[in-house]
Design a protein around this ligand. Structure first.
Ligand SMILES: Nc1ncnc2c1ncn2[C@@H]1O[C@H](COP(=O)(O)OP(=O)(O)OP(=O)(O)O)[C@@H](O)[C@H]1O
Length: 325
């Protein structure tokens, strides 16, 4: 049985089709990544999975339980770490986690609560009021809250947005352990290196539609070889002969920056010769192995992958992937 089965889900907000017929089956034990630029529909999909939002049509089941008609059973199987920090400022961390346990009818849950706090480095904050915690600490409590009932399916909506390296490491160590122990994990993130590292399979959403769905390894194979990253002197532009090699081109603040596809090092010299002949000077360059960010840009940029589409405005995602959201 699938951990999460999503069938033909559609959701419209006024004139905006936020989800346009999304179908997806996530198996038990997967570490699954849901990627897409701002506004792609990731949070909408997660809130439908969590039963916090209703699809206009289609359905979602968690371990076979429909999230609408069998809400309580579905919810019990699911732990959701929301993107926004919502909490009651009057309770301590431990009280917050006990209350959440009570919501699931769990009494005497302190042993697990202690273990979760320990694993998220929250033990020394157990008796501190929520309002006195830093943003990063509050996020740890949100994660802990999602885990109090040991849900078999854990959904994390951008859990590491704006958090420090230490929390990221703590979080991934714990979540990876839970995944190894059999919990299914679904993650949305804009940090593509994080998705590449953690997820065995990835779906990419764009404007409410699924535009890629494959194992991380297969997605990475779509782009073979390396990239030559060029930063040309201001006022110069790439000779037309090199346009077919362009994977992506910067614009506005990044004008003059290009990523060119090269399959082996021998291809670098002819590129440099072409630039020399056209009197185009290079400010900076380096060779980089292709990664998930390149696949993401390729998928999101669609037809422009095999050459520059001069009229195309840069896609919004070009600006923030890699962390600078
Ligand atoms: N309650 C709402 N009312 C109207 N439009 C909404 C509402 N919630 C989301 N939207 C719109 O639906 C689209 C999808 O939004 P959603 O938050 O699901 O995207 P996302 O992929 O999670 O984006 P981000 O990466 O920024 O979190 C966006 O265009 C958003 O503006």
């Amino acid at each position: 049985m699938a951990a999460i089965q999503i069938t033909q889900v559609k959701k419209r907000y006024q004139s905006l089709q936020a989800l346009d017929g999304v179908s997806l089956s996530i198996e038990e034990g997967e570490f699954f990544g849901l990627l897409g630029p701002n506004g792609a529909g990731k949070t909408t999909l997660i809130s439908i999975i969590a039963g916090l939002n209703r699809a206009d049509s289609g359905n979602v089941t968690i371990h076979g339980h429909d999230v609408v008609s069998d809400y309580r059973a579905a919810r019990r199987k699911l732990g959701v770490v929301p993107q926004e920090l919502v909490f009651d400022p009057f309770f301590t961390v431990r009280e917050t986690l006990r209350l959440q346990s009570g919501y699931f009818g769990l009494k005497n849950n302190d042993k697990w609560i202690d273990e979760v706090m320990e694993n998220l480095d929250l033990t020394n904050k157990a008796d501190v009021n929520m309002r006195a915690l830093s943003g990063g600490m509050k996020r740890r409590v949100l994660v802990a809250q999602a885990l109090v009932h040991k849900p078999p399916v854990i959904v994390l909506d951008e859990p590491t947005a704006g958090v420090d390296v230490e929390l990221r490491q703590t979080l991934w160590k714990f979540i990876s352990r839970l995944n190894r122990e059999g919990h299914t994990v679904v993650l949305t993130t804009h940090y593509l290196e994080e998705a590449q590292e953690q997820c065995n399979r990835i779906a990419m959403l764009k404007l409410g539609k699924m535009v890629a769905l494959d194992t991380t390894a297969a997605l990475l194979k779509r782009i073979s070889g390396s990239q030559l990253l060029l930063n040309l002197m201001p006022g110069t532009s790439l000779p037309a002969a090199l346009h077919p090699l362009v994977l992506h081109a910067g614009s506005n603040g990044d004008a003059g920056k290009y990523a060119l596809r090269v399959t082996n090092y021998d291809e670098v010299e002819p590129i440099l010769a072409t630039l020399r002949q056209a009197n185009v000077r290079i400010e900076d360059m380096h060779l980089q192995q292709a990664d998930l960010e390149d696949v993401f840009l390729q998928v999101m940029d669609g037809e422009s992958v095999h050459g520059i589409n001069e009229s195309r405005q840069p896609s919004a995602n070009t600006r923030y992937i890699g962390g600078a959201k």
